[in-house]
Design a protein around this ligand. Structure first.
Ligand code: ZN
Length: 474
């Protein structure tokens, strides 16, 4: 729409007080923040002065910071404490417009910004960029419901500090490096007396008919496996969150291990953390079966239902939420997760948003897609260093024999999904001999031109996740 002589995004127009306004407008091919007036904070934008007190400010990190202070809805907030929250690891920084349209409709809160350090490295991005791309998207489209930013799977003081200093609203503390996977009955050290006194010979009635008790052998092993991880979480909590310096929530992640988290292990870790004064919003155990990236659940559904039920009772007992990682496309287990958690959960997705972006490529530029697909096949072995998958490349249809119209359908085939899923970093960073990107720049151009196609795909695909979880529309 035309606003004060600019081609403005209508929903971005924010009037402040009597005579100040800030909005986003298209100037030529580029988007800018236009700010004018004398409301406090307005003068902070850095850019080109247009005379009459108005500034045309580029979408820089500096200006994103000014915007977050001026309009708090453009900054992350603590949505992890809401009943239903949903992580959307948008690796490309382009998915938020589609996610916004979806979460405007559903009774759940989005964590639009969610990246691990590994993902930052593989995509050559920074947390500043991850945060800013969401800030500008929610500003442009006027999304005022609230959204979160997750420093995902962080393991070190340096990384946690990095995310918190930028205003991230949650930290997923990855305790996996401190979990001992090689503990056996034979090699577990003797049980420290304080744990024996606290846990042995007792029945822990956690409600809903669930009573837990530990044998000495079990307890000895659990202490050996998780003791150090608990110490680590306590230390990180005390260091960063205890005194309330940062307005962020803590998620305890014990999911990146080799073996399933048993209900007794889950109870023990939670109990020890809480008794040590750690306050956390969510816990991510490792569930039975396989949560491979970008495809449906693999495993025994009945067993999963039985176990998620007990995990949910433990979480309710201690008053935090269960968090489900690698939640992309786990359609067959969503109904039981929704039911057993009574609609109180955090779910994380990431790769599926990237796969939908690649489906768009297959739909609008088949020749380009074929080129990328063939590169992905050649790069597959290297990519398996980072991800555990059971992909069978021989099952993937040959893209040269598929008709153009059949190409997007390749994303309904699990092996092809995993091929494209795990090669994202290599695809985005592949360079030509002259140092230019082989695919990246052309991909971003394509996605920019097809923003609506991508948004529609996300609404449909992530919407299916929410529907199966039993999330109602507002
Ligand atoms: Zn995880």
């Amino acid at each position: 729409m035309n606003y004060l002589g600019f081609e403005a995004y209508e929903k971005s127009i924010n009037k402040i007080g009597e005579s100040s306004a800030v909005f986003m407008a298209k100037v030529g091919d580029e988007d800018f923040i236009i700010a004018g007036g004398n409301a406090p904070g307005i003068g902070g934008f850095k850019g080109e002065s247009l005379g009459d007190g108005r500034i045309k400010a580029p979408l820089s990190h500096e200006n994103a910071d000014v915007l977050r202070k001026l309009l708090p809805f453009t900054a992350p907030s603590r949505v992890l404490t809401k009943d239903r929250s949903f992580g959307l690891g948008d690796r490309l920084g382009i998915a938020t417009p589609g996610h916004i349209k979806l979460f405007e409709q559903y009774d759940a809160y989005p964590v639009f910004a969610q990246q691990s350090i590994r993902e930052l490295n593989l995509t050559n991005r920074t947390y500043e960029d991850v945060l800013d791309s969401v800030t500008f998207a929610v500003f442009r489209d006027g999304f005022k419901k609230g959204w979160g930013a997750d420093g995902d799977h962080l393991k070190t003081v340096k990384d946690v500090e990095y995310a918190l200093s930028l205003g991230f609203s949650m930290i997923t503390l990855d305790c996996s490096d401190h979990i001992k996977n090689d503990v056996t009955d034979a090699n577990a050290p003797a049980l420290p007396k304080n744990y024996g006194d606290k846990y042995l010979g007792k029945k822990f009635d956690i409600g809903e008919g669930v009573v837990l008790d530990f044998t000495e052998g079990e307890l000895k092993k659990i202490v050996a496996i998780y003791g150090e991880a608990i110490d680590f979480a306590v230390e990180m909590y005390n260091r960063f969150l205890k005194d309330g310096k940062y307005a962020a929530d803590f998620e305890i992640s014990i999911d990146e291990t080799i073996s399933t988290t048993t209900p007794l292990q889950h109870y023990f870790v939670a109990r020890e953390l809480i008794d040590a004064g750690v306050s956390f919003a969510t816990m991510a155990p490792r569930f039975c079966g396989e949560f491979q990236k970008g495809i449906d659940y693999i495993g025994d559904l009945a067993q999963f239902e039985k176990e998620v039920k007990i995990h949910a009772v433990i979480a309710r007992h201690f008053k935090y939420k269960l968090s489900i990682h690698s939640g992309s496309d786990k359609f067959s287990v969503f109904p039981s997760i929704g039911k057993e958690t009574r609609g109180i959960f955090h779910i994380k997705t990431a790769g599926t948003n990237w796969l939908e972006a690649m489906r768009v490529v297959a739909a609008v530029d088949p020749a380009f897609y074929r080129e990328i697909h063939k590169y992905a096949l050649s790069a597959f072995d290297e990519a398996t260093k980072y991800y555990h998958v059971t992909t069978d490349l021989s099952k993937i249809p040959n893209v040269d024999t598929l008709k153009d119209a059949e190409l997007p359908g390749i994303f309904n085939q699990n092996d092809a999904r995993q091929l494209i899923h795990i090669t994202y970093g290599l695809i985005l960073s592949k360079k030509n001999a002259d140092g230019s990107f082989a695919f990246k720049d052309k991909l971003y151009k394509l996605w920019k031109k097809n923003e609506q196609v991508y948004a529609d795909a996300l609404i449909k695909h992530i919407g299916k996740h929410l529907d199966l979880l039993g999330v109602k529309k507002d």
